[in-house]
Design a protein around this ligand. Structure first.
Ligand SMILES: *Cc1c(COP(=O)(O)O)cnc(C)c1O
Length: 397
């Protein structure tokens, strides 16, 4: 089918939650995508930070193909070899020694919220309330839109889940003020993604960790977007010399096969007993095999370092543009999670870039966001910068 034919069927049969789009992408290799009319694109969005190894990475494709021929799904009524190997591999690389697998970011955050509540109940000191940050994003289930500190995601879905309150990101004083004897956890993205690629100030996360220690509160890091090498380290919290008690992962975990995970300390894991939480598809053989292969590539020597370097290179080039174009207010981010804040809405710029063969996206109304596959080259960056420069000229910005 060509793009027009696909769009016509979409408009007839798909519930309209995503609105009108222009592209139907049919094939990908590395950082290159092709649409249904045969046009080629340079992908600097990676399916929203999902395809961190680029499209159809040979190691992941081989693992998927092998697993599909062996066993796709059995449920967690049985032990699953690729799942336990994945948990072991993840545990080798971070604080979290216990894992629960599910199918995406919202589901991982739901699990984290349930774990916190049950943990404190088990301890004999129920503390059901969770504090999150304004401009955060934690998913689209009823409870995770409640955790999300942006009212635009909540409107019309009330009543929301009780027990959540919000504080401004980077304001340690406000956080300390918001604590109550009922506060069981603080939940944060180490770098806020959907809310506009917002960086934590230098001592903020360490301050939050200290506050949690002092007040006996659990710390949840939502690393759904920042995890798996995206920020130039395996996990964003690795930049800040601290660890949470619970971490959630999803987007980049299996390079495009749906997969979510919750990792936590041995102690906190005790909050879940047999029968208290489950997911039919969670950690099934196929998604676990894809994730295991993905993690193998990401943690291979030099891979993340290269992503960090190319991220610095892109960041530097964007800083250069900011110096030339007054419409650019700020460039921020870590590794290959970068946002460019403009003095106006970026939707026309995203569209113009797409027409010029570069795929990127927004993060809130005024921030242009780059989340390229971590395998991009300097040549790719140079091309995107020249397209961006040309587009700013064409728009008269
Ligand atoms: C995308 C995202 C989610 C939601 O993940 P889904 O897989 O869409 O449910 C949660 N938290 C953060 C930080 C995200 O970026």
């Amino acid at each position: 089918m060509n793009t027009a034919e696909i769009q016509a069927l979409n408009d007839q049969f798909i519930i309209n939650t995503y609105g009108t789009r222009k592209l139907a992408l049919m094939r990908g290799a590395g950082a290159t995508l092709w649409d249904a009319d045969g046009r080629e694109y340079l992908d600097f969005f990676a399916g929203i930070a999902v395809c961190n190894l680029g499209h159809c990475h040979p190691a992941v494709t081989a693992a998927i193909v092998e697993q599909v021929g062996k066993l796709v799904h059995v449920s967690n009524l049985y032990y699953i070899e690729p799942q336990v190997l994945l948990a072991q591999a993840l545990a080798r690389h971070c604080f979290a020694q216990r894992w629960f697998f599910c199918n995406g970011g919202a589901e991982a955050n739901e699990a984290a919220i349930k774990l916190v509540r049950r943990y404190w109940t088990q301890m004999g000191t129920p503390k059901p309330e969770i504090i999150t940050a304004e401009q955060s994003f934690h998913g689209r289930t009823l409870t995770t839109i409640t955790a999300t500190g942006q009212s635009k995601y909540q409107q019309g879905f009330e009543p929301l889940t009780p027990g959540f309150s919000y504080v401004p990101f980077n304001d340690l004083e406000a956080l300390a003020q918001a604590l109550t004897p009922q506060t069981g956890a603080i939940m944060l993205e180490p770098v806020q993604g959907e809310g506009g690629v917002r960086m934590p100030s230098p001592d903020y996360l360490a301050g939050v960790r200290q506050l949690c220690n002092d007040k006996n509160i659990l710390l949840i890091f939502d690393e759904v977007q920042t995890g798996l090498g995206r920020t130039g380290k395996l996990f964003a919290h690795d930049h800040f010399g601290i660890t949470p008690d619970i971490m959630t992962l999803a987007k980049g975990l299996a390079n495009g096969v749906p997969m979510g995970a919750l990792g936590c300390t041995e102690k906190v894991a005790g909050g879940f007993a047999p029968g208290t939480h489950a997911a039919t598809f969670g950690g099934n053989p196929l998604s676990s095999a894809a994730a295991l292969a993905t993690l193998g590539v990401i943690t291979a020597p030099g891979f993340i370092e290269n992503a960090a370097q190319i991220g610095d290179y892109l960041h530097g080039k964007l800083d250069g543009l900011a110096a030339k174009f007054p419409c650019i207010l700020e460039v921020r981010g870590l590794g290959l999670m970068l946002g460019v804040e403009f003095n106006t809405a970026v939707a026309p710029l995203v569209a113009q870039m797409q027409d010029s063969g570069v795929i990127c996206g927004p993060a809130g109304p005024n921030v242009l966001r780059f989340l390229p596959p971590l395998i991009i080259t300097k040549e790719d960056v140079d091309k995107v910068i020249s397209v961006l420069t040309a587009c700013l000229g064409e728009l008269g910005w």
